[in-house]
Design a protein around this ligand. Structure first.
Ligand code: 13P
Length: 245
């Protein structure tokens, strides 16, 4: 269960969140829990999460670990040194607004793995693509371009997130059936690239308007292994409600 804070919260607000959130998930041993705040909040989150079951992640990273003259970028190795466990890669907002491509997703994922971070690699179709019946084709292009070229050892260490762009921040959650169909397609793509055992083992999260009151139906689907949560991860009670579905 991963929370993506996007561009929300200061370090002080991060501290407040953890003070409220940690007691609510103290006994939530059924799930791995991650909070992915903005870079600037990572140290506050790591400090607050110390000794708890909650891991901290970043929302993006550069595609190499070697330091260099790349203004504004952060290496995966720096994130690891700062205490991160996870990093979100290829979120649709990065694809839409910041020029992320399947090729850069693959490069960033490899660099993150080199630094021993767990990449949460996002894929998902836009509304127009779904409406024109191209969902499976888009998922296939994104998976084959951004993920399939990993080695089997690398693939075993990543988490995949299916986030239909039309369901993000819109309140329009995909029905459990629609989400399950896409997850099944992704698991099939994983099987074609890496074999059945690897496809069965990979965790595929659903993201897009997940809330405490719709998470149970999603989690009941056989191919939905967890959630990547935006808006509802900003409030401790709401995200705890999702984690403890
Ligand atoms: P919302 O939960 O706000 O729809 O955001 C989903 C998301 O993009 C998580 O990465």
């Amino acid at each position: 269960m991963a929370g993506n804070w996007k561009m929300f919260k200061t370090p002080a607000e991060t501290k407040d969140f953890f003070a409220k959130f940690l007691p609510l998930v103290e006994k939530s041993g059924h799930a791995d829990i991650a909070i992915c705040p903005p870079f600037i909040d990572v140290p506050a989150a790591v400090e607050a999460a110390q000794g708890s079951r909650v891991g901290v992640g970043a929302q993006n990273c550069y595609w190499q670990n070697k330091e260099g003259a790349f203004t504004g970028e952060v290496t995966p190795a720096m994130l690891k040194a700062a205490g991160c466990t996870y990093v979100i890669i290829g979120h649709s907002e990065r694809r839409q607004y910041f020029g992320e491509t399947d090729e850069t997703v693959l490069k960033r994922t490899k660099a993150a793995l080199e630094a021993r971070l767990i990449p949460i690699v996002c894929v998902g179709e836009m509304l127009a693509e779904r409406e024109s019946g191209r969902t499976n084709e888009v998922l296939s292009t994104q998976f084959n371009g951004g993920i399939a070229a990993l080695s089997a050892e690398e693939f075993a260490k990543i988490v995949v997130a299916y986030e239909p762009v039309w369901a993000i921040g819109t309140g329009k959650v995909a029905t459990p059936e629609i989400a399950e169909d896409a997850h099944k397609v992704l698991r099939g793509l994983a099987e074609a690239a890496f074999g059945k055992a690897a496809a069965d083992a990979v965790r595929i999260l659903y993201g897009g308007s997940v809330k405490p009151d719709n998470v149970t139906g999603l989690m009941a689907q056989p191919d939905i292994d967890g959630a990547l949560v935006g808006g509802a991860a900003l409030k401790a009670e709401d995200f705890a409600g999702v984690v403890n579905f």
